[in-house]
Design a protein around this ligand. Structure first.
Ligand code: GLV
Length: 318
């Protein structure tokens, strides 16, 4: 009997090309955020399940099928999956690290530059017919030269952002559980504790996974301790930031601006952010390059194959 691999949504075709050589492949059509119940129904027929980062893979989903051997998340973040339940049930969970690092670092720099130089405001001005000629005072932003970037979470993506920012003349500081000697040596990165980093950075960029201990790490009090001219950049996970406190801080001018790719209750966005000019809002595009998404698809397919053939996956997270 052939194993069945279920994809909760379509992903680049390389995954199906690899998997259909050996397995029955069931590809569900895309339909936004899934409920736990829908995921459980999908899991029932799966020996291998390929999920997106917003699919809730709860204990109930994992328990719905005793034959389920692997959940391959089409993402680097795995906060949508109950990892301890998966381990208890002997189900392997994998992610797609590495291949989306550069894409996500590029997008982070795009957010940072767009916020500092007010790119979306300029675009809106031209489209609305408000551009009446060059003006010495029009849409003045912030230079990156000699500004301090505080990176919270100096893993693969944080380090890739640091490298880019360094070439823009920024001074790099970071907060991380462990020291990164290479970044310190090559980029002159300075390791700081959380309080010092947020109170001295001109730009704060988040690059941490979502866990109980990182939820709301940027809360009202952290925002109050940031410099009044500072910007907050988030291309990691929305719940790291208290979005309601951020809307208050941006409205009151406690900080100068923010640029977000992710949201606390994604895809919902705090409505008070929508009319603000000092926040940039993107629809979770961090890894959205054709190259990264294709490589992510190749990884989930090879991870599922490895596990169903009794081998070892490369990127097991539990
Ligand atoms: C996307 O958000 C990912 O975790 O890969």
């Amino acid at each position: 009997m052939k194993h069945t691999v279920v994809m909760s949504s379509p992903i680049p075709s390389i995954a199906r090309e690899i998997l259909s050589q050996r397995y029955e492949v069931v590809e569900h059509s895309a339909s936004g955020t899934r409920s736990e119940e829908t995921m459980a129904l999908m899991a029932v027929e799966a020996d291998g399940l390929i999920t997106l980062n917003h699919d809730p893979v709860t204990r109930r989903v994992l328990e719905s099928n005793p034959n389920l051997r692997i959940v391959a998340n089409y993402a680097v973040g795995v906060d949508n999956i109950d990892l301890s339940a998966a381990s208890e049930l002997g189900i392997v969970v994998t992610n797609t690290p590495g291949v989306l690092t550069e894409a996500t670092a590029d997008l982070t720099m795009a957010l940072l530059l767009a916020a500092a130089r007010r790119v979306p405001e300029g675009d809106r001005m031209v489209r609305s017919g408000e551009f009446h000629g060059w003006d010495p005072f029009m849409l003045l932003g912030a230079s990156l030269q000699r500004k301090r970037l505080g990176i919270i979470g100096m893993g693969r993506i944080g380090t890739a952002v640091a490298r880019r920012a360094r070439s823009f003349g920024m001074e790099i500081t970071y907060h991380s559980r462990s020291a990164h000697e290479e970044a310190e040596r090559e980029l002159g990165a300075l390791r700081l504790d959380f309080d010092e980093l947020i109170s001295t950075s001109d730009f704060v960029s988040l690059h941490l996974p979502l866990k109980a201990e990182t939820r709301h790490m940027i809360d009202r009090s952290a925002l109050e301790r940031m410099k009044p001219g500072a910007y907050l950049i988030n291309a990691s996970r929305g719940p790291l930031v208290d979005e309601s406190a951020l809307a208050d801080a941006l409205t009151a001018g406690t900080i100068r601006g923010a640029a977000l790719d992710v949201y606390e209750r994604e895809p919902a966005v705090e409505p008070r952010l929508l009319p603000l000019d000092n926040v940039i809002l993107l629809p979770h595009l961090g890894s959205a390059t054709e190259e990264a998404r294709t490589e992510m698809a190749r990884i989930v397919a090879t991870e599922v194959t490895a596990v169903l053939e009794g081998g070892r996956p490369r990127f097991q997270v539990n």
